[in-house]
Each structure stands twice: as C-alpha cells, then as structure tokens.
Design a protein around this ligand. Structure first.
Ligand code: PEP
Ligand code: MN
Length: 264
C-alpha cells in the first residue's frame, strides 16, 4: 500500500472533510463537553478559525473517580447541537462497546490512550464502519500502536487515524513527552493518516502552538487541539487548553506551514 490513505468524512450539508493523503485535518474543541453554551460557542469559533472537525469528550477517562467524569449521553446531545450549529463533523471518545449503539451520529470515534490495547474493544471496532481515531498509549511503543491499528483493520475496518499524544518518560517538565520522531516513522511504516495532540503531549497551553507547528513541519496530516472559551474554569484539562483567539492565531500560521508541506 504505497500511497497515503485519505480519510473522507461525509458532511451532512454535502461534500466531505478529509484527513491524510495531502489533506490537513484540524480537530479542535474542549477536552469535555460541559454546557450547551460552552460547546456551541467553541464550535462556532473554531469553525470560523478554520478547524475541520469538532472534538468534545462526553465519557472521560479520569485518573480519580472523584473527578468530573463527563456528561455521558446528555453531553452527546449537546455535542450534536454544536455539530448542527457549526456544521463541523464531531469526534468523541468511546470507552465501552455498549456506548456504540448511540454513536451513530458521531463522525469519528476516539479510542483514548488508556484503551489503545483494549483488544476486545479493538476487535469490536473492526466490525463497525466508523472512522477510528486511535491514540497512542502513554506507555506503548509505536510498533504497539501499529499493531493496535492492525487489530481494527483485521476485522475489516481500515478507516483509522493514528495519533501521537505523548508518552511517559523520566522527565516531568511536561505532562507527557511528545514523540515527534514518531511522525516520520509512522508515515514510513504505514499508509494511515498520522495526527498529533500537542495539548496532552505537553500539558501547557503556552507550549501548544510551538508543538503544533513542529508536528506539521515533521509531516503530520493533522492535529487535535484542546480549545476552551474559559480555560481557567474548565472542568478538565484547562491548563493545556488554548482560547479560541489563540487558536485562530495559530491557524493563520498552520495554513502557511501546511502549504510548505504541500498539504491543503
Ligand atoms: C482526550 O483527548 O481528552 C484524552 C483523554 O486523551 P488521551 O486518551 O490521549 O489521554
Ligand atoms: Mn483532555
């Protein structure tokens, strides 16, 4: 499979939004869906700035059981309202297979770092037709990431996006260590689109623009970026969330970087 795969997502209004195969896919939105006002405001703002997809978690894999766990299916309804208001296709995390029955209107299913090697889940996703955004586990090698993707493909679903989101190393100055060399490696080993998450990859909003630019310069097919309209009050990952204004500023630069890389 020598050519890069392009993943096309059909839009409700007609046309497609693509990632890979020369198409830059930018996914933006809050870590978690919190309120109707929050998700709709962010959705409309990131769309205006040029994002191609809206992210928003409704089932959140939190370290502590006492932290905000996401709004669940109620949050999914709000995300769908934001999809309608902005026209953006949506990306949200699935944590358990029973959630799949209500994921019909979800355009891309995110499988988070913590579930990257949940092989039972991966096998089930092989039987569905939905695009899968597969994030690298924080203690997994890139080869393990490729084999996790293979689990999904072995079942017949090859609509997969690989995502480097940082791994755990001995250094703790960032939340995770963003492994940018994974981009050219994965691009060489695989035809699948490769995107980068500079938000979880660093943990700090002020580092996000630098790593986003670096990822595009290194050949990434896209980015997933956390954007919140009030990062200080965010219920999850506020410290690494950029504002819609900062996102718009970043997009201006990314368009130039993408043009240099031959991506549109
Ligand atoms: C997220 O995207 O909000 C998330 C939980 O990501 P990860 O699985 O990479 O930690
Ligand atoms: Mn997050």
């Amino acid at each position: 499979h020598p050519e890069d795969s392009r993943l096309d997502i059909a839009l409700e209004a007609g046309g497609v939004q693509s990632i890979g195969g020369g198409k830059l896919g930018i996914i933006a939105g809050p870590c978690s869906v919190e309120t109707r006002e929050q998700i709709v405001e962010v959705a409309v703002a990131v769309k205006k700035a040029g994002a191609g997809f809206l992210r928003g978690g409704v089932f959140k894999p939190r370290t502590s059981p006492y932290s905000f766990q996401g709004l669940g299916f109620e949050g999914l309804d709000l995300l769908l309202e934001a999809k309608k208001a902005s026209g953006l296709p949506i990306v949200t995390e699935l944590m358990a297979i029973h959630q799949l029955e209500l994921f019909d209107p979800v355009d891309i299913i995110q499988i988070g770092a913590r579930n990257m090697q949940n092989f039972t889940l991966l096998k089930e996703l092989g039987h569905c037709r939905k695009p899968i955004l597969l994030k690298r586990g924080y203690a997994c090698t890139v080869t393990e990431l490729l084999m996790a993707a293979e689990y999904i493909m072995a079942g017949g679903n090859d609509r997969i996006i690989l995502c480097e989101r940082g791994i755990r190393t001995y250094d703790t100055y960032t939340r995770n260590t963003l492994d940018l060399a994974a981009i050219p490696f994965l691009k060489k080993q695989s035809h699948l689109p490769v995107i980068v998450d500079p938000s979880h990859g660093t943990g700090f909003s002020w580092m996000v623009p630098a790593m986003a630019k670096a990822a595009i310069a290194a050949g990434a097919d896209g980015l997933i970026i956390e954007v919140h309209n009030n990062p200080e009050k965010a219920l999850c990952d506020g410290e690494q969330s950029i504002t819609p204004a900062a996102f718009a500023e970043l997009m201006e630069v990314l368009r130039k970087y993408a043009a240099i890389e031959g991506k549109t």
